[in-house]
Design a protein around this ligand. Structure first.
Ligand code: GLU
Length: 492
């Protein structure tokens, strides 16, 4: 039996990092086993539908390189399906659910329930007050044929519920959790079809997983509690259930479920900050799964080869942004200067450092500048702060140390010596800096930090930073001269 797995998001807004991991594990499991990975849109709860959420989700997945073999894709701004098991959007499958619910009604595994919301709330309140588990009390389970016919003729609004047998253990095996047993006494007669003719998640998920030939359901552990209902539905239909795999939650550092309140949780947030997709995928793969050795850096191909469900952990994985930053910094360092420059450009433009037209003219210069700061970046948005030394026109001492250096007694001598070398130079390259500083050392007797710290502060405002010779080269003649002049006339 060939593996078929699915990721089944509801289009309710941004893409949580946990959803990316669920999608990724499904994708990796399919790849590892030569199977198919399907993306299905679960939009039966129309009240939670968010405009643009499907498109946003598809974009985030494509960015991350977690590409599906079947399902919906965007083509020229349109949602189109690929694959033979469609439609892959649940709101386009209503006829299928109608037909399947009829099967369950006919076989006595489901019943119509006409209870009003008020009555159900009342029953629940009473149960809660009595310390019982709140659930439907089964009133409509016992309606006679005649009563049902009368209500149908009167067009009374109703839902359709699953008719659970009494006091029966429902058992299933979960790859992560092992054997799970729940008694029907602790379960509710789940609503399968709502008054609006839409199925609930629980009904649609079972029908679709079966009809789409899903062999393994890999999803978040919040659905573990619903799985006994799903199992009973498989039994009621006489279908074979898939293998279940419930993934542990992703946790914050305080071991609570990762939430928006504690920082970035949306894939879109990481995209905006300039994380590399390969780094995010690499990192997130390790939150809840571990390889057999201590390998930490994985290409997608390596993950495809090494991933296994057996090594998914039971306990929640902590999302550690410092670790993510470390992984991302690694990928930035490993990338070509060209690639990082291309990624940096939008941030430089929106910081107002450079215009789109200037980018074309100064591409090579930008590339040199990016190469100098690349090693310092955890994510691309940080580049703005790292390169401001190359764009500012007025030098301001960045801190007390820089201020003190600027007031040093040799400052004017040093600046004059340096300015004359800059002026006389034909080219300002890395060697120019080296040579000029050596000559000034000879002329003034100043060396080491006494020599290059004042120059550094004068041309950048900072007492620490990238290699001074590189900075000199990138700033170039005009910038160097005007900065020296500014410092001499305005600051000392
Ligand atoms: N639509 C559900 C969700 O939003 C899918 C759960 C499942 O994979 O069964 O998470």
């Amino acid at each position: 039996m060939s593996v078929r797995v699915r990721f089944a998001p509801s289009p309710t807004g941004f893409v949580h990092i946990g959803s990316l991991r669920t999608a990724l594990y499904n994708y990796l499991f399919a790849k590892k086993n030569g199977g198919k990975y399907i993306l299905r849109i679960e939009d039966t709860d129309q009240s939670r539908f968010v405009e643009g959420a499907i498109e946003g989700m598809l974009k985030a997945m494509a960015w991350a390189g977690v590409n599906h073999d079947e399902g919906v894709v965007m083509e020229d701004g349109q949602l189109v399906k690929i694959g033979d098991y469609g439609p892959y959007v649940q709101s386009e499958r209503l006829e299928i659910y109608q037909e399947k619910i009829k099967t369950l009604l006919d076989s006595g595994h489901a019943y119509r329930c006409y209870c009003t919301k008020e009555r159900i709330d009342e029953v629940r309140e009473k149960q809660k007050a009595a310390g019982e588990m709140p659930k439907y009390d089964g009133l409509c389970k016992c309606l006679s044929e005649a009563e049902i016919t009368a209500k149908t003729l009167a067009n009374e609004p109703h839902v359709i519920r699953l008719k659970l047998p009494e006091n029966r253990d429902i058992q299933f095996n979960d790859v992560v959790r092992g054997t799970v047993v729940v008694n029907t006494a602790d379960m509710d007669d789940q609503v399968l079809m709502k008054t609006d003719g839409f199925p609930t998640y629980h009904f649609a998920v079972v029908v679709d997983d079966h009809l789409m030939g899903i062999t393994h359901v890999i999803r978040g552990e919040e659905w573990l509690i619903s799985t006994p209902k799903h199992m009973y539905l498989y039994e009621a239909f006489g279908w074979n259930p898939p293998q279940y795999v419930h993934l542990p939650n992703i946790l914050n550092a305080d071991k609570k479920k990762l939430s928006k309140r504690q920082g970035d949780v949306a894939v879109e947030d990481f995209l905006k900050k300039g994380y590399l997709p390969e780094a995010l995928v690499n990192y997130i793969a390790l939150v809840g799964w571990s390889p057999e050795d201590n390998q930490e850096i994985f290409t997608m191909e390596e993950l495809e080869e090494k991933f296994s469900l057996e090594r998914v952990s039971k306990s929640g994985g902590v999302f550690d942004v410092n670790k993510l930053n470390w992984v991302n910094a690694h990928y930035i360092k490993e990338s070509s200067d060209e690639k990082i420059t291309d990624l940096a450009i939008p941030y430089l433009i929106s910081a107002g450092y450079i215009t789109e037209i200037e980018v074309k003219e100064s591409y090579e210069w930008l590339k040199e500048m990016v190469a100098v700061v690349k090693e310092k970046l955890s994510y691309m948005a940080e580049i703005v702060d790292h390169v401001d030394i190359f764009f500012k026109t007025e030098i301001k001492p960045e801190d007390d140390e820089a201020m003190e250096i600027l007031k040093g007694e040799n400052m004017v001598t040093l600046l004059d010596a340096f300015a004359s070398k800059v002026e006389a130079a034909e080219v300002i390259d890395v060697d120019f800096g080296k040579k000029a500083l050596k000559e000034i050392q000879k002329e003034t007797g100043l060396k080491g930090p006494q020599l290059f710290k004042p120059i550094r502060v004068a041309i950048t405002g900072q007492s620490h930073g990238p290699d001074i010779n590189q900075i000199i080269k990138i700033l170039g003649k005009q910038n160097l001269l005007s900065r020296i002049n500014y410092v001499k006339t305005q600051l000392i």
